[in-house]
Design a protein around this ligand. Structure first.
Ligand SMILES: Cc1cc2nc3c(=O)[nH]c(=O)nc-3n(C[C@H](O)[C@H](O)[C@H](O)COP(=O)(O)OP(=O)(O)OC[C@H]3O[C@@H](n4cnc5c(N)ncnc54)[C@H](O)[C@@H]3O)c2cc1C
Length: 476
């Protein structure tokens, strides 16, 4: 799979490795006890950061394992580690890279030396790739050769990309949040064909929704941060191990080593609020827990469910009730022989969106090949029977990949995630809440909080760091 030459240098202002013993107290100057609610990436990064601030941390998670929406399980038949959904990140995800470094697992991700994605349409493969020495124009040479957009449309697309790069999101954020990406593209003279063969190719997997259903602001954010900046920001990274050995398990070890406590398999049933502050939480099993401060890293729906109604319905929290989610379906297929050569490919003329060659990415397990089809914005598939999906997509793979016609499909698995990501729909931006709340000892993390990022591992890790820093600095 090659090397990962520049990933070591990537760094945000995120997490740093924790020493075994607790560090001196920072922030408000006294070691506080903090209950972190929810053990996804947001709760994990908040816990690690709070421990760095010298605080006493207890993390409560309802499931018996950590990692939240980014987890894996062992398939009993193949022995393979299977992710709940293929996760990919890009070079601009500096807080997530810092997180991986802090928990000591940077060697468990593969990082492309430069962006390279094969895009197939009607049997013809094109490539979108970075040229390293061209700075922010790194995509230009491959785009000029890209076969799936005609010359006139290419000129218009270059105009659109230039406008996307120049859009002032800080000045026009509210207007861009209210507008759909599709309307923005049409306003900037993009044709239907370019929208389908270029813009949708990027927006759908990145925002887990169609250009028609995403806000222009979030779409422009991914173009500006991911594609129209430095070449190294656009390179793709993906785990070479399952998501649980990547995220959940090493974080658990780090938190425990640094003196944090874990309460796994405990659900938060209610957050008690009295006299304008949180006074404790009620947990499953009739237990209760108290701390000086609280960080909720729960999904928005779960948080609103456990807050008292007068708090969840208050002007500060109410906007979160207007957030919604979009689904992802992953179809895992094990063939008796190799059917695909590249590590990943996108297909434009097919319901198959992206296919990941897990045998190549995670290391081969036997003579056959394990592929994962990742379906974003999977509204059409989420309620379909799993057997139907395997039949339809098995036939589609045989149409797309000549070698799959001869191969036998030995095993299949379908994983559906109904609430995979919060929806970056028009208007969603103003429903995301800041990390500090009007309750002085309650702070919010979770990828859905206001991080400026869409629903990603990067957004989740950022939210945890921001919430912990807000708590440590005493801001509200
Ligand atoms: C299939 C799929 C594919 C994805 N692909 C990508 C990708 O390619 N790249 C990318 O960057 N991101 C991707 N994402 C999104 C990414 O996984 C999420 O944005 C991120 O993991 C969210 O982390 P979080 O900590 O904010 O929330 P969560 O992971 O949802 O964490 C919340 C935690 O709270 C716990 N919890 C809930 N209620 C309670 C309660 N009452 N008491 C106690 N605990 C509770 C949950 O069990 C969970 O562990 C994908 C997500 C899915 C599902």
């Amino acid at each position: 799979m090659g090397s990962k030459p520049h990933i070591e240098e990537r760094s945000g202002k995120g997490l740093t490795p924790l020493s075994g013993s607790r560090r001196p107290t920072t922030g408000r100057g006294k070691a506080e006890s903090v209950l972190v609610l929810g053990g996804g990436l947001a709760g994990l990064s908040a816990s690690l950061r709070l421990l760095q601030h010298g605080m006493r941390v207890t993390l409560v998670e309802k499931r018996p394992f950590l990692g939240g929406r980014a987890f894996s399980f062992r398939d009993h038949e193949t022995g393979e580690e299977v992710d709940n959904g293929q996760h990919v990140f890009t070079g601009c995800c500096t807080y997530y890279v810092d997180f991986l470094k802090a928990v000591g697992v940077l060697d468990r991700v593969y990082f492309q030396p430069r962006l390279r994605v094969e895009v197939v349409r009607n049997g013809r493969a094109g490539v979108l790739a970075s040229t390293p020495w061209l700075g922010r124009f790194h995509l230009l040479p491959s785009f000029l050769r890209y076969p799936h957009v005609g010359l006139r449309d290419k000129l218009l697309a270059l105009y659109g990309l230039t406008k996307a790069g120049l859009a002032d999101r800080s000045k026009h954020g509210a207007a861009l949040d209210a507008e759909s990406c599709y309307d923005w593209l049409k306003r900037h003279h993009q044709t239907e064909r370019t929208i389908d063969n270029l813009w949708e190719l990027i927006v759908l997997p990145a925002l887990n929704d169609s250009v028609r259903d995403t806000s222009a602001d979030m779409a422009l954010m991914i173009f500006q941060e991911g594609l129209l900046s430095k070449p190294e920001d656009a390179a793709l990274g993906y785990p070479t191990v399952g998501l649980t050995p990547l995220n959940g398990e090493p974080s658990q070890r780090c938190i425990e080593k640094a003196g944090g406590e874990l309460a796994l398999g405990r659900s938060v049933r209610a957050i008690r609020v009295e006299d304008g502050g949180v006074t404790g939480v009620e947990l499953s099993g009739g237990r209760a827990a108290k701390a000086d401060a609280y960080v909720s890293a729960l999904p928005f729906g779960a948080l609103l469910d456990v807050l008292p109604p007068e708090v969840s319905g208050s002007p500060f929290f109410e906007p979160a009730s207007r957030l919604t989610s979009s689904p992802i379906v992953d179809i895992h297929l094990w063939y008796d022989r190799p059917v695909m050569d590249s590590p990943l490919a996108a297909f434009l003329d097919s319901p198959v969106q992206f296919v990941f060659n897990k045998s190549l990415i995670q290391g081969s397990n036997g003579r056959g090949q394990y592929l994962c089809i990742s379906l974003s914005g999977a509204w059409r598939y989420i309620d379909r029977p799993k057997d139907d999906l395997v039949e339809e997509f098995g036939a589609e793979m045989a149409r797309l990949l000549p070698k799959a016609r001869e191969a036998a499909l030995e095993r299949s698995l379908v994983v559906k995630e109904t609430r995979a990501t919060f929806r970056s729909a028009p208007g969603a931006g103003k429903c995301r809440l800041p990390q500090a709340t009007p309750l002085p000892n309650l702070f919010l993390a979770g990828e859905w909080t206001d991080t400026g990022w869409p629903s990603t591992m990067e957004g989740a890790v950022r939210s945890g760091v921001f919430a912990a820093d807000a708590l440590a600095s005493g801001s509200r």
